[in-house]
Design a binder for this molecule. Structure first.
Ligand SMILES: *Cc1c(COP(=O)(O)O)cnc(C)c1O
Length: 444
């Protein structure tokens, strides 16, 4: 074992190397990773005291601070309230909880709260193999920690979506307390509108997991879950939504049933699952909300356009992109089936060797007992778009990817071009370059 000084020396060096590698030398296409603007980063940098503080306590049904257990909170309580108001304003909700430290935490509190409110622990989820997050699954948070009993949406593999009619039968037959929508491999809007009435019939709450698509929703370029009938949205604040890492729950509790649910969810936040709520991220989250209000529509439109452009271009060049008959995607991601080129493991590694970072992904029709050998890749376009890439740049990037996928050039050769491309797109667009710039904008 090395002594501690040397461990820390290595730690510092690895940290510096990581920042250089992933931020300066690699092109990021992992669909779950967002891009903070310089202003959001700067706000984090000036919130260090805040990130040492505690603020345990209760909130009211507007999401504002009601009671805190410690002294010294006159500004931190304001900061919580202002951040809550910022996100409520952006998403037009009357309630939000921003104390969640991640999307999984948001799901923990929401699933627990809704199961308690409905006195029913049956929850309908998309199958894991069809794009749900592990936190929805019986092998994950939902089953193993919350002990909810999962029932699957019927999924139509050809349509890459939930089968509305068959699922309606399942809902009527099983009478769940919660029906979830949303996912991690998430190409097309889920049928909330179509299933809303059936959920009402059996008294099920609808929870929509917007972790991946929150930024697209903010920009008005994906389904608007609360307007389509979802009772609550849970999300991460750092995927297509370009804030600091964290979580959020939102809703419009305009009925006694929903108000009861809010109280149960809040109880599941504190005291059940949160102590420190990581206050230091809140001011930065507020700035990200303003950026999305101002630039979100333009950003989200370009993200989806870029994803669709890549889908079409790769498809025309003999790479199998799933859901071709549906235009490949309506979100920030596409899914490639690269079985004929060597499978997800090999191609994801070759792309990494060329400094293009993405993840292999099991596709719905893959052998679910062979999770180690997925045929797919999931490709996200939110990061390259925020760095300013447009359709032409995306095609160039796809050419580099295809050099690897088809084995035309070695990863070492392609890496040189990837690093050059990254240099060209090193600035973050659709946001403020500093807190000062945001202030100037607000006051002008
Ligand atoms: C990423 C993700 C989560 C978990 O969010 P974290 O912020 O990583 O905890 C939850 N649900 C879905 C659908 C996700 O993709």
């Amino acid at each position: 074992m090395k002594d501690l000084q040397n461990i820390v020396l290595d730690l510092i060096e690895a940290t510096k190397k990581h920042e250089q590698y992933r931020n300066k030398e690699c092109i990021n296409m992992i669909a779950s990773e967002g891009t903070k603007s310089p202003a959001v980063c700067q706000m984090l940098d000036i919130s260090h005291d805040l990130s040492t503080r505690y603020a345990e306590g209760d909130n009211n049904t507007e999401g504002h601070v009601k009671k805190r257990y410690y002294q010294g909170q006159k500004y931190s309580s304001q900061i919580e309230d202002h951040t809550t108001d910022a996100i409520k304003s952006l998403f037009h909700t009357t309630w939000a909880d921003i104390r969640l430290i991640s999307g999984t935490h948001a799901n923990t509190a929401t699933f627990k709260g809704l199961a308690t409110a409905s006195k029913n622990n049956k929850m309908i989820v998309t199958p894991l193999s069809c794009g749900a997050h592990i936190s929805h699954d019986y092998t994950g948070l939902s089953g193993s920690i919350l002990c909810l009993s999962n029932i699957n949406h019927v999924y139509n593999i050809n349509e890459f979506n939930i089968d509305t009619d068959k699922t309606a039968h399942v809902i009527r037959a099983t009478k769940p307390g919660i029906v979830t929508f949303g996912g991690s491999l998430f190409l097309f809007p889920h049928p909330i509108k179509e299933l809303k009435e059936t959920c009402n019939e059996v008294g099920a709450y609808i929870a929509y997991d917007a972790a991946h698509v929150l930024g697209l929703i903010a920009g008005g370029q994906f389904q608007d879950p609360l307007r389509e009938g979802a009772d609550f949205i849970t999300a991460s604040t750092h995927k297509t939504f370009p804030g600091p890492q964290g979580g959020v729950i939102m809703g419009i509790p305009d009925t006694p049933t929903k108000e009861k649910a809010v109280r149960k969810i809040q109880h599941a936040v504190f005291p059940l699952t949160a102590s420190s709520t990581h206050l230091g991220r809140l001011p930065a989250l507020g700035i990200a909300c303003l950026e999305m209000k101002l630039f979100g529509q333009e950003l989200a439109t370009q993200i989806v356009k870029n994803a669709q452009t890549a889908g079409q271009y790769l498809y025309e060049n003999d790479v199998k992109v799933v859901a071709e008959h549906k235009g490949f995607t309506k979100s920030h991601q596409i899914a490639l089936d690269i079985k004929t080129y060597g499978g997800g493991n090999k191609i994801a590694q070759d792309l990494e060797d060329a400094n293009i970072i993405l993840n292999k992904n099991l596709l719905p029709y893959d052998d679910q007992n062979d999770k180690e050998n997925p045929t797919g890749l999931r490709v996200g376009f939110q990061d390259v778009t925020r760095h300013g890439m447009k359709e032409g740049d995306i095609k160039h990037l796809c050419d580099l990817m295809m050099d690897i996928i088809k084995g035309k050039r070695t990863p070492e050769q392609v890496k040189i071009d990837v690093m050059a491309l990254k240099k060209e797109f090193s600035q973050v667009k659709y946001g403020f370059q500093s807190v000062e710039e945001a202030l100037k904008y607000i006051k002008s």
